[in-house]
Design a protein around this ligand. Structure first.
Ligand SMILES: Nc1nc2c(ncn2[C@@H]2O[C@H](COP(=O)(O)OP(=O)(O)OP(=O)(O)O)[C@@H](O)[C@H]2O)c(=O)[nH]1
Ligand SMILES: [Mg+2]
Length: 704
């Protein structure tokens, strides 16, 4: 049977069925499917490698008092998965090594921010093994390549990226629309990969609002070349769906844009069609502006890179700012390439973004895409549309809660640590209502007016709701008393310096029951490793960022999981020949630097050749304003190797940086991450420094 694997949000039991077996047969879209469920936090070997689709489906919080009952995935999701299965062969060709995840709405963030965004649809993650270490071979480095290009960059193939904004999916129809939209994105990806032009249904058929439609930006090969340094070859004009953000930085890289509050997951390297593609993600809100603003504001659906990339490609700024929905009319055929851009597009989008209160004629039936495979399209419901001149009420409390990106990204819940703890990932609403759930027996009883509380001899003991509140109170108190102060420590350094080894070694040394992975099995870090180490009353939260050249540019940036993006490559087109740098980076706000309490900078003492490169990276880091006053521990790693440079040698090489380090705490420590020598001393020094650093107080405790 086709296998669909889905994961629920952290903290939930094994998904699938309430019986915990996590396996279930379902029929969707006329197909039998086998569902494998597991908790996102589960460490059990996941069957998802063999799954044709991986759906990430955070479980909504059960309203207090609702009885535990079997939990069903929305049929629309399964239909989308079935559609995915249908396209499996093609997708495998298109997106090799890419896992597809479907995240449901991040309700917690939505509630908090008042942004009716929607969750991620596609996430790229290549299996570690696929990344390999070939790029590290010194003999290969730079051989016969244009200046500035390492072999790993040259190895990148041309690619196309697709995106679809699924932001405002409100209410009960959300699940349905979302499911359809997923199918839409995947099919679209396939069509692009095959060089086909797919007749897409309009946005309403796909269950999307006008402004959420796919918009196509036809790009000539030359423009694509400009955009991403990709030689598109003789394939003719490529229809690159307008991404919310596509930026190309230090190689072929897609910058994904995710809704405010989605948890950042960092960058990922995708192996697609034999090409390695670096994919980073950025918080959508970083595009600056406020919801509802036109142009490159978040509501415009155009992220930082889109504008930049588009402008790089010679598109007028208006074309980029048009974003989703700019090029395709809701019920008519696709607009001519290049038509409907500019101011008109913007105004149409704005019209679509308003409240929709007036009934409108449904559009004609789709050509087979809007409805997931195998199902007759159900009659589209009439849509409500705002009368001309209607304005959405601006000052609802939810809207007022919206904060600009800078404030948002400063919120610790949206930092990588939140990904580790899952604190930004909880479904459900605080008021106990669950938007996508049918009421359970207890809720129904309550609705009928039957009290859910127990009574003993006439004394009311408190219903499940009261018990729930009591539990929350007690757990909050417990957390308040026993939770440790948290400090975030960045581990930086060139690739191969030993950062991940150091992190693993620290976890092994400080965490009693930690059974780490074998140090010899550590491979290059793509994106971010997160680790926690408890030292006395403090908890250090390490962010080990990949040190490869492309990733270095992300050290001071924020990334997050994308709202929607699918990356696929065209194996037929010529290989990458040149790489242009990105303009999108300047739009990104420094976040890791701003939020960290300390930096551990790892140097490979045996690599004399790259010492100056390491010094440059260090200098760049240390001069960043966002790191002012942050203690820095410089680790001269690999001291177990005889031919290594000594501490005085390294200090001499880094002597230029002394003035830039200034008056902050800084220590150069000899260390061997492999044997563990110097690891404990280094960390203990760091703890002392971060605790006494009054400029960066520990992260706020998560008190509920
Ligand atoms: N001899 C020796 N080898 C080490 C030491 N620390 C790390 N290594 C080796 O160096 C290689 C790179 O280690 P990683 O921890 O992956 O390096 P990294 O800095 O995380 O690299 P990126 O993730 O690519 O940025 C591995 O083969 C490690 O076994 C050390 O103290 N001594
Ligand atoms: Mg690493």
């Amino acid at each position: 049977l086709p296998r669909i694997c889905f994961k629920t949000g952290p903290g939930t039991r094994r998904a699938g069925r309430a019986d915990g077996r996590g396996r279930e047969r379902r029929t969707a879209g006329g197909r039998a499917l086998q569902l494998h469920g597991e908790s996102a936090t589960s460490r059990a070997p996941s069957p998802h490698r063999r799954a044709c689709a991986l759906l990430l489906y955070p479980r909504p919080r059960r309203p207090s008092g609702q009885a535990r009952g079997p939990r069903r995935l929305p049929a629309a999701l399964l239909e989308a998965a079935a559609a995915l299965q249908e396209e499996r062969a093609g997708l495998e060709r298109a997106v090799r090594g890419v896992e597809v995840e479907h995240a449901h709405a991040r309700r917690a963030a939505r509630r908090r921010l008042g942004a009716h965004h929607h969750g991620a649809v596609v996430l790229q993650r290549a299996p570690r093994a696929a990344v390999g270490r070939a790029h590290r071979a010194p003999a290969q480095r730079g051989a016969g390549l244009p200046a500035g290009l390492g072999p790993r960059r040259a190895g990148l193939g041309p690619g196309l990226a697709l995106g679809l904004g699924l932001r405002p999916l409100r209410g009960l129809g959300g699940g349905l629309r979302e499911g359809r939209a997923l199918g839409l994105v995947l099919r679209r990806a396939l069509a692009v990969q095959r060089g086909q032009q797919l007749a897409l249904p309009d946005g309403r058929q796909a269950g999307l609002r006008e402004r959420d439609q796919l918009a196509e930006v036809p790009l000539q090969p030359a423009q694509v070349g400009q955009l991403g340094g990709v030689q598109a070859g003789a394939q003719g004009p490529l229809h690159l769906p307008q991404l919310r953000a596509v930026g190309l930085q230090g190689g072929l890289q897609a910058v994904l844009v995710h809704p405010e509050g989605a948890r950042p997951w960092g960058a990922a390297r995708v192996v697609a069609g034999g090409a390695r593609v670096l994919v980073g993600a950025v918080a959508r809100g970083l595009a600056a502006g406020s919801p509802g603003s036109s142009g490159s504001g978040p509501d415009a659906g155009v992220g930082p890179g889109a504008g930049a990339a588009g402008r790089e490609a010679g598109e007028p700024a208006g074309a980029c700012a048009g974003g989703r929905g700019a090029l395709r009319t809701p019920s008519g055929p696709p607009a001519e390439p290049g038509a409907a851009r500019g101011p008109a597009a913007g105004s149409r989008r704005q019209a679509g973004s308003g409240a929709q209160l007036q009934a409108e004629e449904p559009p004609p039936a789709p050509s087979g895409l809007g409805v997931a495979a195998g199902r007759a399209p159900s009659a589209p419901r009439p849509r409500l549309r705002a009368p001309p001149g209607h304005r959405e009420p601006a000052a609802s409390p939810a809207r007022a809660a919206w904060r600009p990106a800078s404030a948002l990204t400063a919120d610790p819940r949206f930092l990588p640590s939140a990904a580790a703890t899952g604190s930004a990932w909880r479904g459900g609403r605080r008021d106990g209502s669950a938007p996508f759930r049918t009421p359970g027996p207890a809720t129904r009883r309550a609705q009928r007016g039957v009290s859910g509380s127990a009574r003993v001899r006439g004394v009311r003991l408190g219903g499940p709701r009261a018990q729930g509140r009591m539990y929350t109170l007690l757990s909050g108190l417990y957390k308040y008393m026993f939770q440790k102060d948290e400090y975030c420590i960045l581990i930086l350094g060139l690739d191969n310096a030993g950062k991940t080894t150091f992190l693993e070694q620290s976890k092994t040394r400080f965490n009693k029951n930690y059974k780490g992975m074998s140090l010899s099995k550590i491979t290059t870090t793509v994106g971010l490793n997160i680790g926690t180490v408890d030292v006395g009353k403090s908890r250090l939260l390490f962010w080990d960022l990949g040190g490869q050249e492309e990733l270095q540019s992300l050290w001071d940036k924020v990334w997050g999981i994308s709202q929607t993006l699918l990356w696929c490559s065209c194996p037929d087109t010529p290989r990458l020949e040149s790489v242009s740098s990105s303009a999108c980076a300047q739009h990104w706000g420094p976040v890791y630097y701003a939020e960290c309490h300390g930096v551990i900078y790892v140097i490979d003492s045996t690599d004399e050749e790259r010492l100056s490169e390491s010094k440059q990276a260090f200098e760049k880091m240390v001069t960043s304003e966002a790191l002012d006053g942050v203690p820095i521990l410089v680790l001269a790693n690999k001291q177990d190797i005889e031919t290594c440079l000594s501490i005085p040698d390294i200090k001499t090489a880094f002597s230029d940086c002394t003035s830039k380090i200034g008056r902050r705490d800084c220590l150069t420590q000899a260390c061997s991450a492999l044997t563990g020598k110097g690891v404990r001393e280094g960390i203990e020094w760091m703890v002392k420094c971060v605790v006494r650093n009054v400029h960066r107080p520990p992260r706020q405790r998560d008190i509920t």
